[in-house]
Design a binder for this molecule. Sequence first.
Ligand code: MN
Length: 221
Amino acid sequence: MKPLIGITRGERLDDYVASIEQAGGAAVVLDPAEDPAVALAGVGALLLTGGADVDPARYGQAVHPTTDIDAIRDRFEIPIARAAVAGDVPLLAICRGIQVLNVAAGGTLVQDLPSLVGGAVDHAIETPKDAHAHDVRITPDSRLTAMLGGGARAVNSRHHQAIDVLAPTFVATAAAADGVIEAIERPEASFCLGVQWHPENFWRSGEFAALFEAFVRSARR
Ligand code: MN
C-alpha cells in the first residue's frame, strides 16, 4: 500500500499532488475543519502547503500593512504542525508551510522582506512558477545536502515573508545571498524539513524529486 500523505488545503494543490504521486505516495487533502489530532492520526506524513500569511499575533507581533492573514488555516495548521513535531510524524513544509512550522515551534517571521530586509534579492518572481529566481546555498552535513547535493542551487521564489528568529531545536540549512533563510530542518526528527521555495512546481523536470522521494519513504505505513 502506498504511504498516505496528508496535505493542507490551499488554493492550487495540483503540483503538490503530482509531486507526491510521482514519489510513490498517495495524497489526501486535509479538511481544516477537522480536529488536527484526528487528521494527523489518519496519515503517514504531513505536507504543509503554500498560501497566505500567518497571523503575527501567533508570534507576538502587530500586523504589518502588507500582511494578509489566513486565520482558518492557522487554526488548523499550527496545532497539526506542533503535533507532528511532538509525535515525530514526518513533515515537509513548503513556503507558507515553513513559516507555519517555524511559528508553531516557537519562532518568528519577517513580515515584509522588501521593506525590512531590502531588495538585494528579488523573492517575488510570480511567473513562470518554475522560474529560477535566485540561488540558495545549502549547508553541508544537512539532510538537504544528502538529498539534493550541497552548494548552490537555483530555486523559484514567490514569498514576501520569511523566517526571522529560528525556532528552538531547528537549524537553518539553506539561505539566499541576502541572508534570508530558505530551508530549515529538525536534526533530531526522523524527517522534519521546511523549504521557502516551491519544489513541487518542478515535478515535470524532476529537479527536486529526491526531496519528495525521501519524504514519502519516511512516511509511516
Ligand atoms: Mn526566496
